[in-house]
Design a protein around this ligand. Structure first.
Ligand code: SF4
Length: 104
């Protein structure tokens, strides 16, 4: 007989195991990766450019880059955080520049 207490118990344990095993998969679906922040494009704000050498802005001086700006919040070798209000939610290029640059 398949509806014995032991059979029901085995069925419950199989379903519970499957449910527990599925939790990590379900919890990862739809989660953005930590590194998925949007990257700023040229012209984002304040005449931003991803490569400071591309700037023809009169305030730009050679050697000024996001990675040595007071607003630079750190990141990896290429992209990082800028604490300036106009750059919230995007990463800026370490070699980028904008006219809000402040030497650090
Ligand atoms: S404020 Fe500084 S770190 Fe931010 S985008 Fe402009 S130059 Fe780069």
């Amino acid at each position: 007989m398949s509806n014995t207490p032991n059979a029901n118990r085995r069925k419950f344990l199989r379903q519970a195991s499957a449910a527990v095993a599925a939790i990590p998969v379900v919890s990862l679906v739809g989660m953005p990766a930590a590194s998925a922040a949007e990257q700023a494009e040229d012209g984002h704000a304040h005449h931003y450019v991803n490569d400071a050498a591309d700037s023809d802005h009169p305030d730009y001086a050679a050697g000024e880059k996001c990675k040595n700006c007071a607003f630079w919040g750190g990141g990896d070798a290429q992209w990082g955080q800028c604490f300036h209000a106009e750059f919230q939610g995007v990463q800026v290029n370490a070699d980028g520049w904008c006219d809000a640059y402040v030497g650090s």
